[in-house]
Design a protein around this ligand. Structure first.
Ligand SMILES: Nc1nc2c(c(=O)[nH]1)N=C([C@H](O)[C@@H](O)CO)CN2
Length: 126
């Protein structure tokens, strides 16, 4: 199965469990993988037949400005729900990194996968 990628998307949002974190915005860095068959769009050169990575990136930025979660877990789960409701995404992987959270670490974060992996050649895995 083909994949559309959005890598290293920086977003600013209110996120964190501590009082001081509720008064500031912090950066998260997102990597998004979206399973799709690119062949209909490639055959017709038509953006409407694929997942528009620009529109999805804008939606992610808007989502980040609209919400103020404590945990990156909640941010990730709710963002996947939102994107899967609004775009024809059958399967996605989302990595959320919070680079400034642990100074001794380059970044901390999580990866989740949601949806059904589309049928494909036997043995193919995400
Ligand atoms: N699994 C998680 N652990 C922690 C989170 C989180 O969102 N998920 N958040 C924090 C604090 O907000 C931290 O980022 C402040 O530096 C701690 N652990």
């Amino acid at each position: 199965m083909d994949r559309i990628l959005i890598e290293g998307l920086n977003i600013d949002t209110v996120i964190g469990v501590y009082d001081w974190e509720r008064t500031i915005t912090q950066s998260l860095r997102l990597d998004v993988t979206l399973a799709t068959d690119i062949r209909p769009a490639a055959a017709t050169d038509d953006l409407a037949l694929t997942l528009n990575y620009a529109a999805i990136s804008e939606r992610i930025q808007r989502f980040a400005h609209e919400h103020q979660f404590s945990l990156i877990e909640t941010f990730a789960e709710r963002l996947c729900d939102c994107l899967r409701r609004e775009f024809p995404i059958t399967w996605m992987r989302l990595a959320v990194r919070k680079p400034a959270a642990v100074p001794a670490a380059q970044s901390v974060g999580l990866v989740i996968e949601r949806g059904e992996w589309p049928d494909g050649p036997a043995g193919e895995t995400p």
